[in-house]
Write a protein that binds this ligand. Structure first.
Ligand SMILES: *Cc1c(COP(=O)(O)O)cnc(C)c1O
Length: 492
C-alpha cells in the first residue's frame, strides 16, 4: 500500500495558528472600505508551526537526490554539488546585489561574468560566450535562432532545414521546430555514429545547420566528427553542438576545434550547479567569431580602462532572460572551475569515463551493450536479460529502487530497444560502483528465477508505480478536497 501523506489542509483545524505577531507599535489607521477584504480567509489552512515544519521536512525526505543516493541518471550528469559553491553563492555581494543597481555598482558581479565567459570559451575553443540562457534547451533555441539570423544577414533565405540525428535528445527537434525550421532526420550507422551516406543524401542548399551531440546519446564519441563538420560546412550549413555530454571531454577535446560553430553548456550538468525538479539551471552558449554578433545579450566585457560593463552584441537575436541570466548558477559554475583548475577539470572527465567503462565491463555479460564499443562518460545497455520472460527495463529500473539506488535513464535514446542509460559521473568511488553492479547482477538473477519480485517493485518506496500519464494529463496542482479524498481512497 502506498503511504498517503495528508495534505496540510487535512491537518487544519479552526483556531490553530503558528504565528505570533508583536504588539502594534504604530497608530492604527483607517483603511478605505473598498480595500478591506469582504470574504472570509477560510481558503487557508490553520496549523501550528511544528505541523508545517514536520510536513515539509517529511516530504523533503522522500526525495531521491545525489545528496542521499547514487544517481546514475544517464545524460543528466547528476554529479555532487560541492557545498563550497553554496557558500560562495551566498556571499552578500552576489546574493544581495540588485539587478538594477547599474554597472558601476556591480563590478564584482560583472567581473565574475567576464571570467566565466572566458573560462567557458577557453575550455570549449570558442571565441565568444553569452550567459543568458536558463537551460540547455534554451541555449539550443539561442543557437538555432542565431543560425537563422546569420543566414538571413547574408541574404541567404533558402535555409529552412535542420539536420537532427535519430539518436538526438528530444529538445533538439523541438528547438528546430520552435525556431520555425523544418527537422530532417539523419540515421545512425551500426557503430553508433552518424551514417555518412544518409547525411550526404540529406544535406542541401536548404540546410541551415546540423545539431549534434558529441559524445552522442549512446555514450559514444562520434568517430567521424571532422568529416561530418566538413560535409555540413561545404553545403553552407552550420554545426550546433549539444553540450549536454561535455563532461566526457573537458580538457581533452574542444568542440570549437572539432568544427562546431555554436554550442550550449549545461552548467547544471557539467559544472556541478544543482538541478532537478525544474529548478533554475543555466545554459550558457559559446560560438565562433563569425556568429558572435548574433549572441543573445547582454553579455559582459572588460573595458579599455579595466572596468567591466554589459553590452549587447551588434546583431543580437535579443534578450532571452531577464537581467543577467540565472546569476546564482553562474557563481557556482565559476567556483567549480576556479577550484578545480585545468588539471582538475581534465581529471573530472577521465574519472567519469573510467567509471562508466568500469560499470559497462562488469555488466555487459548480463545486460547487452547497445553498441559494443568503449564508451565515454555513460553507457547504454539493454534490459534484455537472457531467460527472463516478461521482464522489461521498466521493471529492472523499479527494482533498483528497492536496492536503494536511483534508476538510470530508461527508454532513451529512442533508437535502442529497452535502453538502460547509465551515467555514474566522477563523483562515485569504486565501492559505490561495485554495490550498484552487484545490485544489477542480483536483479538479473531475480529476473529469471523470481520475475514477480521485479513486477511488484518498488516495495520499499513511499509510493509504488505511479500513473505517469495521468499525472501529466490531469495534474492536481491546487488543493481540492474531493480530489484529495479520492486520492486517499485510491491509496488504501
Ligand atoms: C539535458 C539534455 C538537454 C537539455 O538540457 P536542459 O538543460 O535540460 O534543457 C539536451 N540534450 C541532451 C543530450 C541532454 O542530456
Amino acid at each position: 500500500m502506498d503511504t498517503y501523506e495528508p495534505h496540510l489542509y487535512e491537518r487544519s483545524a479552526p483556531g490553530k495558528h503558528g504565528t505570533n505577531l508583536p504588539r502594534l507599535d504604530v497608530p492604527e489607521s483607517d483603511l478605505p472600505a473598498e480595500l478591506l477584504r469582504q470574504d472570509d480567509l477560510n481558503d487557508f489552512p490553520e496549523l501550528t508551526e511544528p505541523e508545517v515544519i514536520r510536513h515539509y521536512t517529511r516530504i523533503s525526505q522522500r526525495n531521491a537526490s545525489p545528496d542521499t543516493t547514487f544517481y546514475p541518471l544517464g545524460s543528466c550528469t547528476m554529479k555532487a554539488s560541492p557545498r563550497l559553491h553554496e557558500e560562495v553563492a551566498r556571499y552578500a555581494g552576489f546574493a544581495a546585489a540588485h539587478p538594477l543597481q547599474g554597472d558601476a555598482l556591480s563590478q564584482g558581479a560583472l567581473r565574475l561574468m567576464v571570467e566565466l565567459q572566458d573560462f567557458l570559451g577557453e575550455i570549449s575553443g570558442f571565441a565568444a560566450v553569452s550567459l543568458q540562457p536558463a537551460a540547455g534547451a534554451h541555449g539550443e533555441f539561442a543557437g538555432i535562432l542565431a543560425f537563422r539570423a546569420y543566414h538571413l544577414d547574408r541574404g541567404d533565405h533558402e535555409r529552412v532545414e535542420v539536420l537532427v540525428p535519430d539518436a538526438a535528445h528530444g529538445t533538439n527537434p523541438a528547438t528546430a521546430a520552435m525556431s520555425g525550421l523544418k527537422v530532417v532526420g539523419v540515421q545512425s550507422d551500426a557503430r553508433g555514429n552518424v551514417d555518412l551516406d544518409d547525411l550526404r543524401r540529406k544535406v542541401s542548399p536548404r540546410t541551415a545547420g546540423m545539431m549534434l551531440t558529441n559524445p552522442n546519446t549512446l555514450g559514444l564519441f562520434e568517430e567521424q566528427i571532422l568529416t561530418i563538420c566538413d560535409i555540413v560546412h561545404a553545403a553552407g550549413g552550420l554545426m550546433y553542438g549539444d553540450g549536454a555530454n561535455f563532461n566526457a571531454i573537458l580538457g581533452v577535446a574542444k568542440p570549437g576545434e572539432l568544427g562546431f560553430d555554436f554550442m550550449h553548456y549545461n552548467l547544471h550538468k557539467t559544472f556541478a550547479t544543482p538541478h532537478g525538479g525544474g529548478g533554475p539551471g543555466a545554459g550558457a552558449v559559446g560560438c565562433t567569431t563569425a556568429l558572435a554578433p548574433f549572441l543573445p545579450g547582454p553579455c559582459a566585457r572588460r573595458t579599455a580602462t579595466g572596468t567591466y560593463e554589459l553590452f549587447t552584441p551588434a546583431k543580437s537575436i535579443g534578450r532571452l532572460k531577464v537581467f543577467h541570466g540565472n546569476f546564482g548558477m553562474l557563481v557556482r559554475a565559476w567556483t567549480y572551475i576556479m577550484s578545480l583548475g585545468e588539471v582538475g577539470l581534465r581529471e573530472v572527465s577521465e574519472t567519469a569515463v573510467l567509471n562508466a567503462n568500469y560499470v559497462r565491463v562488469q555488466l555487459q555479460d548480463l545486460y547487452p551493450q547497445a553498441v559494443e564499443r568503449i564508451c565515454m562518460h555513460e553507457t547504454v545497455l539493454k534490459g534484455q536479460i537472457n531467460g527472463a520472460k516478461g521482464v522489461r527495463t521498466l521493471d529492472i529500473a523499479k527494482r533498483l529502487i528497492d536496492y536503494g539506488f536511483h534508476p538510470p535513464t530508461i527508454y532513451f535514446p529512442l533508437l535502442v530497444p529497452e535502453a538502460l542509460m547509465i551515467e555514474p559521473t566522477e563523483t562515485e568511488g569504486k565501492n559505490v560502483l561495485d554495490s550498484f553492479i552487484a545490485a544489477l547482477r542480483a536483479i538479473a538473477a531475480e529476473a529469471v528465477a523470481t520475475p514477480e519480485l521485479l513486477h511488484a517493485a518498488p516495495t520499499t518506496a513511499p509510493v509504488r508505480r505511479l500513473d505517469e500519464v495521468r499525472a501529466a494529463r490531469q495534474p492536481i496542482l491546487r488543493y481540492a478536497a474531493a480530489a484529495f479524498a479520492k486520492l486517499r481512497e485510491d491509496a488504501k
